[in-house]
Structures are given as structure tokens and as C-alpha cells.
Ligand binder design. Structure first.
Ligand SMILES: *Cc1c(COP(=O)(O)O)cnc(C)c1O
Length: 514
């Protein structure tokens, strides 16, 4: 029973007191929005004037902000002045054409306009009812992307925030497909044997994170060795599965990667799909970065066999120029992610049940979700598939040009094949050729390449990142930004070579000199 005996809360409100408690009024919003758009356009016009990496020390930014929030409203002028003073100069400029680190991306113009409209409409397509357009446009855009990638219409899908979430959903689906009924029964206190997920030693950390979250644990992730081209060794995969079965462990999924994060290597998906089918394991293909290349029909060689996967992730917010965030999860067994995440308390039931409706929150751990379809739809229309293809093809060409320059210089060495737009290389002066494995030469090369990269990044004109390949410090140059022209890649090469000349002038640290 509800206790109605308590005295009512004093609710008499003077209507006058409500004035000014609404949101920013539409005319004020219009004026402010124009100013913000002007700032963005100015920023993009001048972005090259910024150092790609802001020259700031950790902690110095937070210290520039007041320790407590303001009690009184502040004028927009003051707020925007601080955007100019504190926000923009302290950003890492992902929109800069010299951003060649990690996997470059771009928040494209049409994508940003889509974000803006999406924010204005305030949609939440958790249920069909809560955003019919958000839901149905997502279905349309997911299918447009599927077609663009050349995948069969057996694939359905949804848009998530990141590849990490897409892979989490895919592996939760794999757990359901394995018949564990984990979503109902849980995993704790059950005699299931150790669950096993296989990926290569080069696979992304998001696979381990998904397994940490799903009760499989890092111990359940089996890292299959890669060959000298950093591709999964399929014979080793088959052996690992066989051994696990012999020991009573429980294989559930294989994750193959097309475009690994360190070297962008390509696992032999066709052969792996054969193993997955024979062993009755879920096959998830992680192509977060490289998947975009599949929109070029003539460049689909590395994707052979991915159409046999149970699920695939491709991130439009990487190489399809969509503002963060947008990840595409496709699956030919959408009933499995649904089994993993569907739950319908009464307050989420709607009366739309005559016609079957799609409620996307049934396929993911979160309830509320962003409408990501609008920006993708605007972008696909504004660029057209042809425009996207030509832009990606240009990035692929630029990477080949850079790789050819590295190959032609006897003081530099390329450390991995270049199937996409990322080049892995290092400085190795010709006088040290053949001595790379000597311990002091190894250490010298590692240290010198780290110093080189740091010197180049400190110029502010380009930003490169690194990895380790076969335990060697490896510089990575990744092309993925719409503003990156051949001259920016040439500039990176010039800066690298002049930094190397400086290092070579400093012969005091030469290996073998003591
Ligand atoms: C970038 C990347 C990820 C992680 O992507 P998020 O969207 O940041 O979670 C996973 N796998 C591969 C191969 C990637 O390149």
C-alpha cells in the first residue's frame, strides 16, 4: 500500500518563477550555433598551423580549470573564449593532415553535420517506438554498408560505439551459440571446463578485454603463433583446438583479423573458416581498420573467406571518415546476440506488437543508444561510394609510395608487408647491415629509432607512433586522414631522414665503440 497519510510536499509554484528555467531559447541557440560552426570551419581551415601533438605537460591542463563548477550562469562569450584558450590548443589534432599515428581517421564534414543534427533531434533508438527513424534508418544503413563491403544478404547487424563493444557482443553471441545458456545460468559454479577463444599473437587487446568481461578470462584466450608475415599459423590453430578438446577444455570461438593493429597483417580467413566450420566454432572477423578497403571490389583479395564468418566488425570511425563513434557489427546469426542480451521488463514493452518491430537494445549490453545511422547516411550520400572508394584508393597508393621510398634507401628497412595503408619500418644504417642480431646493435637500433621518432614528433608537423615487431622497435606510418596529401607523407620522410642524419652525427653512442 502506498502511504498517503504523509503531509503533501509544498508544491505551490508561482508561474513567474518558471520563466527562464527552460533551455536556451531557439533564437539564442541559432546565434550561438552559427558562432560555433564558424569556429569549427576556421579550425579546419587552419588546422595545419597547429602542432599535431600539443606541447603540454601532463596535469597542466586540468590545473588551468577552476576546481569547482560555477554557481552562477556564465555568458556564452566567456565560455567560447575558454574554448579558444583552453580546449582547442590542448587537443591532439586528429584532423591534421600530418596525423600519421595509430590508425588515422577524419571527422568528415558531412559526418559532423550528421552528428549535429543527431544531437538536435535528441533521439534514443533503444526501441523502435523510442525512435522509429533511428531504428529503421539503422537497418537501411547497415544494409547499405553490407552491400558496399560485398557481403551476402544473410548478414544483418547493428551500429555500436566501438570495435571493442562489437567484439564483446560477437563473443557473447559465440557463448550462446556454444549452447552454454550463459545469459540465463551464468558461468560461475558450473562444471563447464575452461572456455577457449583462439586468436593470433597479433590480435587486438579488445578480444582479451571481451573475454575478461564475459567470464572467459584472459586465461581462456589462446594466442596462436603467427608466421614471419605476422599471419595466424593455421596448423598451430588446429593443434591447439585438438589439445584443448583432449584436455576437456571447451573451444567456443576463433577470432581472425584482417588488418592487425601492429603490422596490418591478414590472417588466412579462408583456411580459418574451414577449421571453424569443421570444429563447429563461431568465427568472428576483426577488420576494424582494414574492412573499409572491401568497398573497393578490386581490392577484396585479403578478405577472401570473410563471407563465411559468423560475425564481422568494421569501424566506420576509422577509415570511412565517420566522426567517433561508429562501429558496424554484422552477423549472419543475429538470433545469437539477441539470445545473449534480450531482456524485456514491463516498462520496456510497447504496444507495437502487431507488426514485428526491431528493438536494437535487445542486441547489446546497453539500453540507451545513440542514433549513429544519420551521420552515416548523410556521409554515404555526400561522398557516394565512388567518392569513398577513390579516397581510400589514394591512401593505399600513398602508402605504397612511402614503402617504395623506404625500400630504395639502404639506410632504412621495412619490417612488414604493406597490404593496406600502414608502413612499418626503422632506421638501420647500411654499415650495420648483417649485424642486426648482435645484442649491442639491437639495443642501439631500438634506442636510436625511439629517439628519431620522438625528434620527428617534436617538430609538431607530423605525428608517428610505434610498435614492436619481433621485439624490434618499429616506427609505424599510417595514412587514413582525408587531408593527408603526398606532400605530408614526403615531409614525414624528409623529417625522418634529417633526424637520422643528426643521430649519425652523434657517433659517440655507436655500438662496438664501447
Ligand atoms: C582499432 C582496432 C580495434 C579497437 O577499436 P575500438 O573501436 O577503439 O574499440 C580492434 N581491432 C582492430 C583490428 C583495430 O584496428
Amino acid at each position: 500500500m502506498i502511504d498517503r497519510s504523509a503531509a503533501p510536499v509544498e508544491t505551490a509554484l508561482d508561474p513567474e518563477q518558471l520563466v527562464g528555467l527552460e533551455d536556451m531559447d531557439p533564437e539564442a541557440f541559432r546565434a550561438a550555433a552559427h558562432r560555433v560552426v564558424d569556429r569549427i570551419a576556421d579550425y579546419l581551415a587552419d588546422v595545419e598551423a597547429f602542432a599535431v601533438l600539443p606541447p603540454v605537460e601532463p596535469g597542466s591542463i586540468a590545473a588551468a580549470f577552476p576546481p569547482s563548477p560555477p554557481d552562477a550562469p556564465e555568458p556564452l562569450d566567456a565560455i567560447l573564449a575558454d574554448v579558444d584558450r583552453l580546449v582547442i590548443p590542448n587537443a591532439t589534432h586528429w584532423q591534421h593532415p600530418g596525423f600519421l599515428a595509430y590508425f588515422g581517421t577524419t571527422a568528415s564534414g558531412p559526418g559532423m553535420l550528421g552528428e549535429f543534427l543527431t544531437a538536435g533531434l535528441g533521439q534514443n533508438p533503444m526501441l523502435w517506438r523510442t525512435s522509429p527513424i533511428g531504428t529503421e534508418l539503422e537497418t537501411v544503413v547497415v544494409d547499405w554498408l553490407r552491400q558496399a563491403l560485398g557481403l551476402p544478404d544473410a548478414f544483418g547487424g547493428l551500429l555500436t560505439d566501438t570495435a571493442s563493444t562489437s567484439t564483446l557482443i560477437a563473443l557473447a553471441a559465440a557463448r550462446e551459440a556454444a549452447g552454454l545458456d550463459a545469459s540465463a545460468e551464468g558461468l560461475a559454479a558450473r562444471e563447464l571446463g575452461q572456455l577457449r577463444v583462439y586468436c593470433s599473437s597479433e590480435a587486438h587487446s579488445s578480444i582479451e578485454k571481451a573475454c575478461m568481461t564475459l567470464g572467459i578470462g584472459r586465461a581462456g584466450v589462446v594466442k596462436i603463433p603467427a608466421n614471419e608475415r605476422y599471419e595466424m599459423d593455421v596448423a598451430a590453430l588446429e593443434r591447439a583446438i585438438g589439445e584443448d578438446r583432449e584436455h576437456g577444455r571447451r573451444p567456443i570461438a576463433i577470432v581472425a583479423t584482417i588488418g592487425t593493429t601492429s603490422s596490418t597483417s591478414v590472417d588466412p580467413v579462408d583456411a580459418i573458416a574451414y577449421v571453424a566450420a569443421r570444429e563447429d566454432l563461431w568465427l568472428h572477423v576483426d577488420s576494424a581498420y582494414a574492412g573499409a578497403v572491401a568497398i573497393l571490389p578490386e581490392r577484396r583479395g585479403p578478405f577472401a573467406g570473410w563471407e563465411r564468418a559468423d560475425s564481422i566488425v568494421v569501424n566506420p570511425h576509422k577509415w570511412l571518415f565517420t566522426p567517433l563513434d561508429a562501429s558496424l557489427l554484422l552477423s549472419r546469426r543475429m538470433d545469437r546476440p539477441q539470445a545473449a542480451f534480450s531482456l524485456r521488463p514491463e516498462y520496456l514493452r510497447t504496444l507495437d506488437r502487431e507488426a514485428p518491430v526491431l528493438d536494437y537494445s535487445e542486441f547489446q549490453p546497453q539500453l540507451g543508444r545513440r542514433m549513429r545511422a544519420l551521420k552515416l547516411w548523410m556521409q554515404l550520400r555526400w561522398f557516394g561510394l565512388d567518392g569513398l572508394r577513390r579516397r581510400i584508393a589514394r591512401h593505399l597508393d600513398q602508402a605504397q609510395r612511402f614503402a617504395a621510398a623506404v625500400d630504395a634507401d639502404p639506410d632504412w628497412e621495412r619490417l612488414a608487408p604493406v597490404p593496406f595503408s600502414t608502413v612499418c619500418f626503422r632506421y638501420r644504417p647500411r654499415r650495420l647491415a648483417g649485424r642486426e642480431e648482435e645484442p649491442d646493435v639491437r639495443a642501439w637500433l631500438d634506442e636510436v629509432n625511439a629517439r628519431l621518432m620522438d625528434a620527428v614528433n617534436r617538430t609538431g608537423r607530423v605525428f608517428l607512433s610505434h610498435t614492436r615487431l619481433r621485439d624490434r622497435f618499429t616506427i609505424r606510418l599510417a595514412i587514413g586522414n582525408l587531408r593527408t596529401q603526398p606532400r605530408h607523407v614526403d615531409l614525414a620522410w624528409d623529417l625522418l631522414r634529417s633526424a637520422a642524419a643528426d643521430v649519425d652525427d652523434d657517433r659517440t653512442k655507436e655500438p662496438g665503440d664501447g
